[in-house]
Design a protein around this ligand. Structure first.
Ligand SMILES: [Zn+2]
Ligand SMILES: [Zn+2]
Length: 381
């Protein structure tokens, strides 16, 4: 592909000055100046050892689940995986990193606890890294830049020191909203107390005291296997969903629609769509609950009034983007009819981290559909 910097070409980056970084043919010289694979990555050995222990222990936990643990313990581990998963998907990801909907304080507290159960660092840190991932996707500033390979995008990025660009660009991202959120601030302040209790101690004690499980089975199955499983499923969004799948919305980017990841990660595998429209609370075009449990959860929370102002993209804007930059694999949802076959596209060109990004176009806001709209949409409680 020849460099194409015309105004209509999707650059995948925000600033035109940076646009060269997204052109594959420009990548070699950029990498050559910072040879990521040639010893410049500082390995964090403490993390390497911890992750090796965790994975060996998790395999042992899987063995125990099949051979000696009570069925109730395995079911409990499964429930914890869904709860921790929602703490990442509905919490850190869709609520806090992307602002794709709003939540009343009881839901924010619940999601904060679920999030702590998943132990993927504090919501504040997770959201900052994730905004950088979207805004500078697949450049050196992307914390888990998939251009460094599957392993790096999956877990390798956690085993080495951050690339300087990640830190530099991270400082440019607005985090005011997160700093104002008292629930996020509370978790961040007490993280080193909350996390061991919620992720490790309580999940181990419950099977022992409630149904007489052995300490060993509780520790390896409900705690370490479950934790390691949740981690790997989350990481698949950064690895597999950046490598394998169709690109119906934008063929110029690597994030792809991956059903397997969507099912495992509670609806986060529709990743081509998500990188094009990161502020859609469904992270997918359609709210298919079977492959998107997180949307089911948010919609249920909306029914009791705890979730509101859920933003989603109008079918018209989606089809405009599909027609302009899609790879031709898009299947027109039957309910759209033939309304949107030939039209120009006015949707956003560069990358956004989500709703409220300063680079978000006014017309994107105006055409957005807001579900369960609050009467006072400025009130962020
Ligand atoms: Zn991604
Ligand atoms: Zn995202």
């Amino acid at each position: 592909m020849a460099p194409n910097l015309s105004a209509t070409a999707p650059t995948g980056v925000l600033f035109e000055d940076d646009s060269l970084t997204s052109q594959q043919e420009i990548m070699p010289p950029k990498e050559a100046t910072k040879p990521l694979r040639k010893g410049s990555k500082k390995i964090v050995w403490r993390n390497v050892l911890l992750f090796i222990y965790l994975h060996i222990a998790a395999f042992y936990g899987a063995w125990l689940a099949l051979t000696s643990a009570k069925l109730l313990t395995s079911l409990f581990a499964y429930v914890l995986y869904v709860m921790g998963g929602l703490g990442i998907t509905a919490g850190a990801h869709r609520l806090w990193a992307h602002k794709s909907y709003k939540a009343k304080w009881p839901l924010r507290v619940l999601l904060m606890l679920f999030n702590t159960l998943a132990f993927q660092n504090s919501i504040w840190e997770w959201s900052r890294d994730h905004r950088v991932h979207h805004k500078f996707s697949e450049t050196d500033a992307d914390p888990h830049n998939a251009k460094n390979g599957f392993f790096f995008a999956h877990v390798g990025w956690l085993l080495v020191k951050k690339h300087p660009d990640v830190i530099a660009k991270g400082k440019q991202i607005s985090l005011d909203d997160l700093e104002k959120d008292k629930v996020v601030a509370f978790q961040r302040k007490y993280y080193l107390i909350l996390m061991p209790i919620v992720c490790f101690i309580i999940p181990t004690m419950i099977p022992v005291y409630l149904w007489g499980e052995t300490w060993s089975n509780a520790w390896y199955v409900a705690t370490l296997f479950r934790y390691c499983w949740t981690l790997n499923i989350t990481w698949l969004v950064n690895s597999a969903a950046h490598f394998y799948g169709a690109k119906p919305y934008d063929k110029s980017i690597n994030p792809a629609e991956n059903l397997m990841v969507a099912v495992g990660a509670l609806g986060e595998g529709w990743h081509n769509y998500h990188h094009v429209f990161p502020w859609d609370y469904k992270t997918a075009e359609l709210g298919n609950y079977g492959t998107n449990w997180t949307t089911l959860f948010i919609d249920m929370m909306a029914k009791i009034g705890w979730a509101y102002d859920m933003k989603t993209v109008s079918p018209k804007v989606i089809m405009q983007r599909v027609n302009r930059t899609g790879d031709g694999t898009h299947i027109m949802p039957s309910q759209y009819g033939k309304l949107f076959e030939h039209m120009g596209d006015h949707s956003h060109e560069g990358d956004l981290w989500g709703w409220g990004d300063k680079d978000m176009k006014e017309e994107d806001k105006e055409t957005a559909m807001v579900i369960n709209k609050s009467s006072d949409s400025d009130k962020d409680d």
